[in-house]
Design a protein around this ligand. Structure first.
Ligand code: SIN
Length: 281
């Protein structure tokens, strides 16, 4: 366990996650930033309680870690396009992020991480699940690891945001409609090496990675389905129960997440900032 002098780090679950104390995210000095970054590498998702940030302070905290992503298919706040409002209104049936996924994996350089800030939460429900993809990789057999180490996946937004989308229905966060611009494909290693920790993790994301390179979707499906079920086994997961003004910061390079949609008739509003990442290898 690393030593920290500026922050308190309390593990949240044995699979992944830690609660970070002693930090005001509205103003983070250099030494605190370095310890927060170290805690993120060590625990993969970190949680902060009772934070009071303006949108500008949320953006400034994100920029400590790198430049910020502007989502191609989901509009940001009018004044701050880098902040996505993850919003479910009482009359909405669908929520944003309501399936296991890696954020924006279909970019050539998917985000390093996302910083989600709870503005308004339901009385009960609306938790977020996180799954440790280093642990998921480590738990595979040597034979499976050896095979996957050499494989490449095709990532695309087409099945979610494109005209091929099979389950499109508008949510309050997704203020656009299926679009022909969402048809591009990029190649990513199925197993990526974390650029900071050197640890290997599975890097697949359900409908955003529908097939392996040089294979059809039908041919890919048996192994993809096996891996998708494996990636989210309970032993690799933690479940975060939100309080208003809590913040979750996950390392998108080695963590999947899932926003539960179990609060019909209630409102949930979060602000999400995603920090740009690098090309997976
Ligand atoms: C997301 O997928 O980024 C949203 C997660 C959440 O709302 O809990």
């Amino acid at each position: 366990m690393a030593d920290y002098s500026k922050i308190q780090v309390t593990p949240y679950a044995s699979a992944l996650g830690a609660v970070i104390g002693g930090v005001d995210l509205a103003s983070v000095d250099d030494d605190t930033y370095l310890e927060v970054r170290r805690a993120l590498m060590e625990h993969q998702v970190i949680f902060f309680e009772d934070q009071h940030m303006t949108p500008e302070q949320h953006l400034a905290f994100g920029r400590r870690f790198g430049s910020l992503n502007i989502h191609d298919f989901v509009g940001g706040m009018e004044e701050h396009p880098e902040i996505v409002e993850v919003r479910k209104e009482p009359e909405d049936e669908r929520n944003f992020g309501g399936a296991w996924h890696v954020d924006v994996i279909y970019l050539e350089e998917p985000p390093l991480g996302s910083i989600l800030y709870a503005k308004e939460i339901p009385g009960i429900g609306g938790d977020t699940l996180f799954a440790n993809q280093v642990a998921a990789y480590d738990a595979l057999s040597k034979g499976m690891k050896d095979m996957l180490d050499g494989m490449t996946a095709i990532a695309t937004p087409a099945l979610i945001y494109g005209t091929q989308s099979t389950d499109w229905s508008k949510t309050s966060s997704m203020n656009s409609s299926p679009t022909a611009t969402a048809e591009g494909e990029v190649e990513h290693p199925v197993v990526r090496v974390h650029p900071e920790t050197g640890r290997k993790s599975l890097f697949l994301s359900g409908k955003f990675t529908p097939r392996f390179k040089d294979m059809t979707m039908e041919e890919s499906a048996p192994l993809m389905d096996y891996l998708f079920a494996h990636q989210t086994k309970p032993q690799f997961c933690c479940r975060f129960k939100w309080a208003e003004n809590a913040v979750a910061f996950w390392d998108n390079r080695c963590v999947m997440h899932y926003a539960l949609n179990d609060y019909p008739g209630q409102r949930r509003l979060m602000h999400r900032v995603a920090v740009n990442g690098d090309r997976p290898h």
